[in-house]
Design a protein around this ligand. Sequence first.
Ligand code: COI
Length: 362
Amino acid sequence: TEGDRTMKVQTIKVELAETLKAKPNGAHLDFGTIFTDHMFLMDYKEGEGWYDPRIVPYQSLTLDPAAIIFHYGQTVFEGLKAYITEGGEVQLFRPEKNFERLNHSNDRLCIPHIDEQFALEALKQLVEIEKDWIPTEEGTSLYIRPFIIATEPYLGVAPSKQYKLMIILSPVGAYYKEGINPVKIAVENQYVRAVLGGTGEAKTAGNYAASLMAQEVVSKDGFAQVLWLDGVEKKYIEEVGSMNVFFKINGEIITPALNGSILQGVTRDSVIQLLKHWGLPVVERRIAMAEIAEAYESGTLEEAFGTGTAAVISPIGQLTWEEKDLIINDGKTGEISKKLYDTLTGIQYGKVEDPFGWTVKV
Ligand code: COI
């Protein structure tokens, strides 16, 4: 309801940890294995709205085993990053887009809206407290995971009357073991990730749970991820699951148009804006996998890459479809991928000018 959208100004209680954990070696960071000393929490109860915002020592939760999240997966999440500049300033990249998208996902999952501005303020306070956890090594950052879970103990299938919003932080390196080198991707022909009218556009756990099986099958053959085709005809390209995808064919850069089952990536949007800013032809449209294969055969498939917060810009060196291996740009990082990676990370780490006003200081 309208009343849920804004909350009365509340102060965030802060309880600091008595002992702090040792910080990891920034040169050997994996993705998402280490968590910082503190977390943000806030509760929701029907009739009361969101209440008790607090920053507390990172800790386990106690939940009723009947909590709706465990049974029916009513949950949403986000992913964004904090960076430290050479001058020691802490900055976030387009964080308002993530909280806006969180509310978009909330709508689809029947979860009450959060106050986006308040959530951003809470995040800034948490990151300020944890700023010593932001790694400084090239390609590293502090990954931020806001998420909401349905906590009401109830076995009926209905929207929960109680929720928890949490934000946890994790110092991370590259998402793929390949780092920033090209990854191998398998086009998925059997399973689908999402269908029109489903939850594909929402950032919700079920989409990721649905992706595991296909991923398991191909990872044995050294593929980093699968590329999902549309859930109706299994013809048109959707996304990878941890990233959106772009193809350069005959000088033109093409990405699947948002159709309701593709996640609206913040990095995807940033890449489109950057390409336009450089005067390069970029189009969002429906694109069939057969068209990619044809371009490959005729020698006009010049580059392919994925975009995501976790993945940043990830060049695709090989795409395997129906037993055929499409080796793209000799399996090497393409020119556009490299330029996008350098510019985007340059803006994020405060090394290059940010003409779009994308970064937000903490
Ligand atoms: C991200 O890029 O932040 C994501 O949420 C993708 C993934 C780690 C699930």
